[in-house]
Design a protein around this ligand. Structure first.
Ligand SMILES: [Zn+2]
Length: 70
């Protein structure tokens, strides 16, 4: 069973999460639709990847994301 994402609430406001951003360092941030739009530019500039939460909770999109740190 894949249990990569245990959160489904926006990290900023606690609303229902719609997007997950995968940070270059391996961290994950969950955003609602509003906050994904607010932070999209900055996240992209920092090299983060955003995916619809519904897509990644299937366990497919996050398969290649490194979650361990050296
Ligand atoms: Zn939010």
């Amino acid at each position: 069973m894949i249990d990569t994402i245990t959160r489904d609430r926006c990290d900023r406001c606690g609303a229902a999460g719609r997007y997950v951003s995968m940070l270059p360092g391996g961290g994950l941030l969950v955003f609602c639709g509003h906050h994904e739009r607010v932070h999209r530019e900055g996240l992209r500039a920092g090299g983060a990847l955003s995916r619809p939460l519904a897509a990644v909770t299937d366990g497919e999109e996050l398969a290649g994301v490194p979650t361990s740190r050296p």
